[in-house]
Design a protein around this ligand. Structure first.
Ligand SMILES: *[C@@H]1O[C@H](CO)[C@@H](O)[C@H](O)[C@H]1NC(C)=O
Ligand SMILES: *[C@@H]1O[C@H](CO)[C@@H](O)[C@H](O)[C@H]1NC(C)=O
Ligand SMILES: *[C@@H]1O[C@H](CO)[C@@H](O)[C@H](O)[C@H]1NC(C)=O
Ligand SMILES: *[C@@H]1O[C@H](CO)[C@@H](O)[C@H](O)[C@H]1NC(C)=O
Length: 377
């Protein structure tokens, strides 16, 4: 995501005014009158959202217009992981939901405090120009304890939060963390400080097979026990549960099996990841909507693993190779979501909001409605 130049401002402006394809002069006139002008029919909708709600429902948006079908009665934040859509901004604000930027930067670039400040200033400026309500820091890089990057990351979170809170009243600064604070994928961050210094952490309780330390067999994307243990670890390092939002996956993993045993163990090809011999990187991520299209035509139909508390199925591809697909559905998600209350977490969210089938097919509509409904306590 680049900075704001007057060129991009003019473009955005032209877009708002429907001036694309018009002569340059008109474009320039448009830019001069509408830089900073609100794109919403009601100018009040360009105000940042001020109030907080008790239960957070956090949605990552990756593109398209399916946002129209989100459960807006409950959505509290939409994180923009896609090009800016002014219509979505106006709509989110009309529903009292925050609309926040994505923030990602190579940590080696912000070890220098001046460069860090410059990066933050640019993000605040972009958020203001787009009438947005904060930022989601999605820094998933390798960090070793006690390195310059380790301290720079903590400082980044502190300074970003201070700048946004100061410049955009009511704004929200959040930070994405792996399912556990125990250096997963070599993300050895100062988790207690980071949680303290931002509004809350979005816990990515998925990709939990990113480092397979035991037998190389396919497993659930977000096994129940492992997921809950992750939250206990955050809480045990004295992070306030109200600083934690539970992220659930709306996608699964499709693994090709080297061998499938009778008790459904799918042996995986080796693929080392950050120290572990095997990983989910041998699988491919599949949207819930595709899984729902395929599960009934698979070899097995939906099966349930009572240890990991997750559904899966086996199928044969066009070349005759056996695959195993692990995913989450309302049953597995509801078990995890029940722990939001037990542990006193701040809310729920998903990666990502655009993985469901929002078509008008009645079966798909029901499945989509069920996935949204199960998020609520
Ligand atoms: C984490 O950051 C806090 C606040 O800056 C500091 O007091 C603490 O020593 C740090 N912990 C570690 C393990 O670096
Ligand atoms: C968290 O702390 C509690 C109380 O000390 C302990 O019973 C539990 O096993 C710990 N959980 C984890 C995952 O470390
Ligand atoms: C698949 O089967 C289940 C269980 O019988 C059924 O509820 C569901 O509607 C079917 N899905 C589709 C896409 O037909
Ligand atoms: C899951 O956790 C429960 C409670 O701590 C324990 O009794 C059970 O054995 C665990 N299951 C697995 C598969 O680890």
């Amino acid at each position: 995501m680049g900075g704001i130049s007057s060129h991009s401002a003019a473009e955005r402006c032209a877009h708002r005014m429907g001036l694309y394809g018009c002569p340059l002069l008109l474009l320039l006139i448009g830019a001069s009158v509408c830089w900073g002008e609100c794109p919403c029919s009601d100018p009040a909708l360009c105000q940042p959202i001020q109030d907080t709600r008790d239960f957070e429902v956090y949605v990552f948006y990756v593109g398209g217009k399916n946002w129209k079908f989100y459960d807006w009665a409950h959505v509290t934040t939409v994180a923009l992981f896609a090009p800016y859509d002014p219509e979505l901004m106006c709509y989110a604000h009309s529903k009292g939901a925050r609309f926040v930027l994505k923030g990602d930067v190579p940590l080696k670039d912000i070890v220098d405090p001046d460069k860090r400040s410059a990066w933050i200033r640019e993000k605040v400026k972009l958020a203001k120009a787009q009438y947005m309500d904060g930022i989601n820091l999605d820094i998933e890089q390798i960090v070793f304890t006690d390195t310059p990057e380790y301290y720079a990351l903590t400082a980044l979170v502190k300074e970003t939060t201070e700048a946004f809170h100061r410049e955009i009243p009511g704004s929200q600064v959040t930070f994405d963390v792996a399912w556990s604070p125990k250096c997963i994928d070599i993300r050895c961050y100062n988790y207690t400080a980071i949680a303290d210094l931002c509004d809350f952490l979005f816990v990515m309780s998925y990709d939990e097979q990113s480092q397979i330390w035991t037998e190389c067999i396919a497993g659930a994307n977000a096994p129940f026990n492992q997921t809950i243990i992750g939250y206990e670890q955050f809480i045990n390092m004295s992070i306030d549960p109200k600083k934690l939002v539970m992220g659930v996956p709306w996608y699964g993993y499709d693994y090709r099996c080297l061998e499938l045993t009778e008790d459904h163990k799918c042996k995986l090809e080796k693929k080392p990841f950050r120290g572990a011999e095997c990983s989910d990187a041998v699988g491919s991520q599949v949207p819930y909507r595709s899984i729902m299209k395929n599960v009934n035509n698979s070899l097995t139909g939906r099966l349930w693993d009572d240890v990991q508390k997750a559904p899966f199925y086996n199928y044969k591809d066009a070349k005759g190779k056996i695959h195993q697909v692990w995913y989450d559905d309302p049953e597995s998600i509801s078990l995890k979501v029940a722990y939001i209350k037990t542990l006193g977490l701040r809310g729920v969210g998903m990666w990502h909001g655009d993985l469901l089938d929002y078509s008008d097919d009645p079966i798909a509509q029901q499945q989509t409605a069920d996935m949204w409904k199960v998020l609520l306590p």
